[in-house]
Design a protein around this ligand. Structure first.
Ligand SMILES: [Zn+2]
Length: 536
């Protein structure tokens, strides 16, 4: 007993030495005082100081701030974990290393590679952070479409056994490089040409290395039920968690059916399959103009598509398919389809297809609207905003406990193009509009959906909570003023109400501006195998 307490005493004295030196060696790099902590678990806020040392949260509670290099006074504000956006498209992150549109709405971690499109050299992509620092944490999925295109081009057919094997190997290689799972985009070329079995094989390759299956499902309109079932089936066959991306119903004829669609997810969870979903908080989607065309019509790329349009017979068939698809989804024309960016004629930006057809062709008919879509497709296509969802459905989805908040956005070059406003406002919109103004969900639950829920599912085990030992990804904001400013007409407006954003221990945004601190980390998945030669 005596020896033991002597050892303990010695240890105590030794560990106390740096403390006793006082000013020359502060105990903490940063202490956040006077804030209300919403810790990310969904628990009600509590008052505590948060102390950070070497990039980690080392104490939550009563902390003597005089022993810190830096103090942030969060009086009257919320201190929460940094937001994790599991549905981003930021393959070009190293060209926009500040990721200012994300940081300024509280996002500290991105998962890119969604909807089937990713880099294929994942190890290299994540390793680049060593030469090119980022202000935000980055992780990635491996995209089915990218892998398929590399092996099979844009062919509209099933893979041969050899091609399937090559694709499986690319997925495994990506998982070992640090990917967090497999992503599909089954409405996009060439992923849309795949049968379920092909995806199951690839999902198994990712599952072997601890990956998740994240899917932009095959149909978010009239075929949404079958598409959700397909995603769940793939997860069950490959024995892995399933993330259904940007969960929605985009057929007007099915608006209000959201509880039934969410029920499919709930049933799968009852069976023991970890299915979760994410959502952006807007009743409008954003994708290409090409998505309005039948997939068979655009197979093989734009030049092939143009050839089909030049043939009167197939042009008529394309038109008929588009009319049929529109009617099935419950729309009478293309007034729901707004141009975000049409390079060939930027004057179209911000207008819908009905308005454009009226001004260019002086016509109102659906036939002329389709002709206008053909003209724009032939001129290189366009980035579009589609007002295809019901606000009630958006709210119902948000209230489900397994729904995460994610933007489906890229890094934005300020002022360039007319992108979907979610890239500037998504998280702020949830906190301002849906929590504060509409009271659809509580503040604590909203933050849980942005932090610990995604961290659990994507296995970011030491992020997503204000908790001792966790990485110091932290956001400080005023719950009374937090708001999104970006609109469909004028999207390049940063969110407001955030006073500090801390990424892996570094303050990257403070007060009014980015600080230039670049403390983002690459977050690698459970299958990651470190290279032996220090090349990481
Ligand atoms: Zn998508």
């Amino acid at each position: 007993m005596r020896i033991k307490s002597f050892l303990l005493l010695t240890a105590f004295v030794l560990s106390s030495v740096p403390f006793s030196l006082g000013q020359s060696s502060p105990a903490y790099d940063l202490v956040i005082i006077n804030g209300r902590v919403v810790d990310g678990t969904g628990n009600p806020w509590f008052r505590a100081s948060v102390a950070i040392k070497d990039g980690r949260i080392v104490k939550v509670g009563r902390v003597d701030g005089s022993n810190a290099k830096q103090i942030i006074d969060a009086k009257g504000q919320i201190v929460a974990p940094g937001f994790i956006d599991v549905h981003a498209h930021t393959e070009n992150i190293y060209d926009q290393p500040m990721a200012e549109n994300f940081i300024r709405m509280g996002v500290t971690t991105l998962v890119t590679g969604n909807c089937g499109g990713s880099v294929t050299e994942v190890g290299e992509f994540l390793g680049r952070i060593n030469e090119k620092p980022l202000a935000i944490n980055i992780s990635t999925l491996i995209g089915h479409n990218s892998v398929r295109q590399k092996v099979m081009g844009l062919d509209n057919r099933a893979p041969t056994a050899d091609e399937q094997k090559k694709m499986n190997e690319l997925v495994e290689q990506a998982m070992k490089g640090g990917a967090v799972g497999l992503a599909t985009g089954l409405i996009y070329v060439p992923g849309t040409y795949s049968e379920t079995d092909e995806v199951i094989e690839l999902a198994k390759a990712a599952s072997k290395h601890g990956g998740i299956y994240a899917s932009h499902i095959r149909d978010e309109g009239t075929g949404v039920v079958d598409a959700i079932k397909e995603a769940i089936n793939i997860g069950e066959k490959a024995d892995m968690p399933v993330q259904i991306s940007h969960f929605k119903i985009s057929a007007k004829s099915l608006w209000g059916q959201t509880p039934m669609a969410l029920g499919l997810v709930r049933d799968a969870r009852k069976r023991g399959l970890n299915v979760t979903v994410d959502q952006y908080a807007y009743p409008a989607s954003s994708t290409s103009l090409d998505a309005r065309m039948p997939t068979w019509a655009i197979a093989g790329g734009r030049e092939e598509g143009k050839k089909r349009l030049a043939d009167p017979e197939s042009r008529a068939k394309i038109k008929a398919d588009m009319r049929k698809g529109l009617a099935e989804r419950g729309f009478v024309d293309y007034a729901f389809a707004f141009v975000a960016s049409h390079r060939a004629n930027p004057e179209f930006n911000g207008k819908n297809i009905a308005q454009i057809t009226k001004s260019v062709r002086n016509a109102d008919s659906l036939d002329e609207q389709i002709e206008q879509i053909f003209t724009m497709y032939e001129a290189g296509g366009a980035q579009m905003v589609y007002q295809v969802m019901s606000e009630d459905d958006v709210r119902t989805i948000m209230q489900d406990p397994f729904t995460m908040i994610a933007s489906d956005s890229g890094v934005r070059e300020f002022g360039s193009g007319v992108p979907h406003p979610r890239g500037y406002g998504n998280n702020a919109r949830v906190l301002g509009q849906y929590v504060r103004d509409l009271k659809i969900i509580s503040l604590e639950d909203a933050i849980r959906k942005m932090t610990s829920l995604p961290a659990n599912v994507f296995e970011f085990r030491d992020r997503g909570q204000i908790r001792e030992g966790f990485v110091a990804d932290i956001v400080i904001f005023d719950e009374n003023t937090v708001s999104d400013k970006a609109t469909f007409e004028n999207p390049h407006q940063y969110a407001v109400g955030f006073s500090s954003v801390i990424v892996s221990g570094g303050v990257v945004f403070n007060g009014e501006k980015m600080t230039g601190t670049m403390t983002g980390k690459a977050i690698r998945g459970p299958g990651y195998v470190a290279k032996p030669s220090g090349s990481e």
